[in-house]
Design a protein around this ligand. Structure first.
Ligand code: ATP
Length: 367
């Protein structure tokens, strides 16, 4: 069953107006294509992420939005002003965008307050002082104002980079893998903190990352990219539960694919039993398909019809992720509450309970 959909975070009548429109852009490096016919729209106050494997073109899109990379076709509009088109580029400093980079790129010889002030040369001395003090306070950096970057922790440096990008009050914040230099725990905390801060301040943001946890922590909408194109633009919930193709299903979350065959309009026979989608799947009976099975679709049940052996286990606190092998040699991932505590080699019984049946035509079938 679907849970009722909450309105997207940051939604309001104001947020429904587009701030950034990227329309059918293509970008090359020399003759090599990096981005092809890509479009996206970001409303005011929305935070979106581009997520994809290394080399899929995420940074190139961000650089094109910032004005560091030209577009060969299409156009980019910020606040209804065209800033990029083939042969025409408004310079980065005239776009009112703030950038946060992976390595923070702080000036090592400047103190925290001087770093934050460095983007405010066009402000009067008084306004600059006020803007710096305000940003330092909002970022919890006031007591570190006189320190130098090497005297700060990774998370504090990250906050300075954010403060510096936001101090000139940009229309749009662009972040390129901003959390990748932080350890896992800090990364999660910063992701949440930054998301809260951007929401509170109603800041529109585009982030690129290859890490889905970062994307899900920050993104109202996430665009999954493959080979220079967005293959699905959706909420984190839908990307996980309703991936539109095999690539997205594979890239987002964990899971395995079971082969199957349609035995009725909405039922699939698999080696581990029949699964019902509740609605017609759109293929004729007998079609060869593959079905996505997520770890949370595999339920521990001492009376369950599927017997399997524990091959691997990864303790995650409240839950344990098991790799199981069924007697028919099918490998499954299963996420059990951690009181279902088994050792490698143990036999367990499971059943499949798939709320959102994700089915794709098998490749040989769709060819
Ligand atoms: P990553 O996550 O590794 O940073 P990405 O998704 O951001 O990757 P891009 O940096 O946008 O990908 O690169 C897209 C494509 O363009 C890749 O094939 C890359 O090799 C190529 N590319 C990127 N920068 C250059 C460059 N300066 N010269 C030539 N090719 C480049």
């Amino acid at each position: 069953m679907d849970s009722p959909q909450a309105p997207p975070r940051g939604s309001s009548s104001v947020a429904a107006r587009p701030l950034l429109q990227v329309q059918n852009i293509s970008c090359n490096y020399e003759l090599e294509r990096a981005v092809f016919d890509l479009s996206l729209t970001v409303n005011r106050g929305e935070q979106v992420c581009l997520l994809g494997p290394s080399g899929c073109g995420k940074t190139t899109v961000l650089r094109a939005i910032a004005g560091f990379h030209p577009v060969l076709t299409g156009g980019i509009f910020i606040n209804d002003q065209q800033v990029s088109a083939a042969g025409a580029m408004v310079p980065p400093e005239a776009r009112r965008v703030g950038m946060v980079f992976q390595d923070h790129a702080l000036f090592p010889h400047l103190s925290v307050q001087q770093n934050v002030a460095s983007g405010l040369r066009q402000f009067s001395a008084r306004d600059r002082k006020e803007a710096v003090a305000d940003m330092l306070e909002r970022m919890g950096l006031t007591r570190h104002a006189k320190r130098y970057p090497h005297e700060l922790s990774g998370g504090q440096q990250q906050r300075v980079a954010l403060a510096r990008a936001l101090a000139p009050r940009p229309l749009l914040l662009l972040m390129d893998e901003p959390f990748s230099n932080l350890d896992q725990e800090l990364r999660e905390r910063m992701g949440q903190e930054v998301s809260d801060m951007l929401k509170e301040s109603d800041i529109t943001c585009v982030m690129v990352t290859h890490d889905q946890n970062d994307a899900f922590a920050l993104g109202d909408k996430v665009g999954v990219m493959e080979d220079g194109a967005i293959v699905q633009w959706d909420t984190p919930y839908n990307l996980y539960h309703r991936p539109q193709n095999h690539f997205v299903a594979d890239f987002i979350g964990n899971g395995i694919f079971l082969t199957g065959e349609l035995c009725s309009a909405n039922r699939v026979t698999t080696p581990l039993g029949n699964l019902d989608s509740g609605t017609a799947l759109g293929w004729v009976v007998g079609s060869q398909v593959e079905v996505l099975i997520r770890p949370d679709d595999v339920i521990y049940d001492s009376q369950g019809p599927v017997k399997a052996q524990v091959m691997r286990r990864a303790f995650k606190g409240a839950e344990i992720m098991y790799t199981l092998r069924t007697s028919s040699q099918i490998t499954l991932l299963a996420l059990f509450p951690s009181h279902a505590n088994f050792e490698i080699g143990d036999e367990v019984s499971v059943r499949l309970e798939v709320d959102h049946l994700v089915v794709f035509a098998r490749e040989s079938e769709s060819a």
